[in-house]
Design a protein around this ligand. Structure first.
Ligand code: ATP
Ligand code: MG
Length: 367
């Protein structure tokens, strides 16, 4: 798919912006704090309705304004689509070809993007919660029903935790209610677990290949799903459901004592190994960064496989970290297939000859 144009009103430091004439590879050049990342973030917002930097939409609206409007024309295989997203204190409103969407989940997925930003290093280095968020964002993008189960699961989890906190006093009655929550927790939980396992299994294949390419054949990358119960390869829903229920009954006393739910997808994790060694513990900064990059690039292939079209690639501050060989590798891997937006502070950091033919946009003070 292809972003044909983009317009922003009162978005971050952009008061009024209209951009067109995007090419296949687009370089956004400018000094620090001029609005390069803000521009990539705006494209991401139109894809996911969520920012990678904040969960508070208020921060996205220009300091002096009450509402922000983002719009873009996207070319897809099946035709062109106008996307519009309005952010205000009343929440988010999304339109497709002028038609307001009742649910944001109907809007998400019209534009698909893969973004790589400096924060993504945390997918490898950071807490399990960050890795789960990565899984949720990426799977949700290609599979809206996943987001539905995730929302339901989180609702049930909150209620079940409240019940567990009060179960000490409430006694027998609470235990009957617990059974009801167990069923609902497991029902949505296994859908999430199954999708995550499928996703990681497919991602692993692409990521390993890409990682070998970027590291000139020297690094073997392996991804493993670490579920809170059962074994990582089990994908049969009925089996998972049974295992989940058994695990919950085993944990019952402990859960009541601690007042929280101790098994389920909210406690899953992923492990990364490079040449057999855990990347989180033993990986150098560069290896961890390359691991995160390989994951993101693998997603491009995965989305293509899933929806039959390549997503748009957003690369924030990545080039300066890569040597000329890796820059060239990166661009050549996707050049003719994937529309790419890349930020950099200046042409000095650009070594790959191919990049010198890109469409260049100079970003200065929100213009
Ligand atoms: P760097 O090279 O340092 O990454 P950048 O060009 O990517 O810089 P951005 O992060 O896109 O910079 O933009 C940062 C600028 O946007 C900051 O000056 C910040 O004050 C401004 N900014 C952020 N949020 C808002 C907002 N809600 N309203 C107005 N300006 C904002
Ligand atoms: Mg930036």
């Amino acid at each position: 798919m292809f972003v044909k144009n983009l317009s922003l009103q009162h978005y971050r430091n952009y008061e009024e912006l209209k951009l067109e004439a995007f090419g296949s590879v687009n370089l956004l050049l400018g000094n620090n704090a001029q609005g390069k990342t803000n521009l990539l973030e705006a494209i991401l917002m139109l894809a996911l309705t969520k920012s990678h930097r904040t969960s508070k939409d208020k921060e996205l609206i220009s300091f002096q304004a009450d509402a922000a409007v983002l719009a873009a024309l996207i070319e897809r295989k099946y035709g062109a689509v106008n996307l519009e997203l309005k952010l205000s204190s009343q929440g988010k409103k999304a339109r497709l070809n002028g038609l307001e969407q009742r649910k944001l989940s109907d809007f998400v997925g019209t534009l698909n993007v893969v973004m790589f930003a400096p924060e993504d290093l945390e997918i490898v280095k950071g807490t399990p919660g960050i890795r789960r968020r990565f899984l949720d964002m990426e799977i949700g993008q290609v599979m809206p029903s996943y987001l539905f189960h995730l929302q339901q699961y989180q609702k049930v989890l909150v209620q079940r935790n409240n019940l567990l906190k009060s179960a000490f006093q409430a006694g027998q009655e609470a235990l009957v209610m617990l059974e009801v929550w167990n069923e609902q927790l497991a029902e949505h939980g296994v859908k999430i677990i199954k999708r995550r396992k499928q996703f990681i299994r497919k991602l692993q294949r692409w990521a390993a290949d890409i990682h070998l390419g970027i590291t000139n054949g020297s690094e073997n990358l392996e991804l493993t799903y670490l579920p809170s119960f059962g074994d990582a390869d089990e994908e049969d829903e009925a089996v998972l459901l049974q295992q989940f229920m058994i695990k919950l009954s085993q944990l019952k006393d402990q859960e009541i004592r601690r007042g929280m739910t101790l098994a389920g997808p909210h406690r899953d994790d992923i492990a990364f190994h490079i040449n057999g060694k855990e990347a989180q513990v033993f990986g150098s900064q560069g290896q961890q960064r390359t691991t995160a990059l390989s994951l993101k690039l693998a997603e491009i292939e995965l989305i293509h496989q899933e929806i039959g079209e390549y997503p748009v690639l957003l690369l924030d501050d990545v080039l300066s970290e890569l040597d000329p060989y890796r820059q060239t590798q990166l661009i050549e891997t996707f050049q003719s297939k994937v529309q790419t937006f890349i930020t950099a502070t200046g042409m000095e950091s650009i070594n790959a000859a191919k990049l010198k033919d890109a469409s260049i946009f100079h970003v200065q003070s929100g213009q």
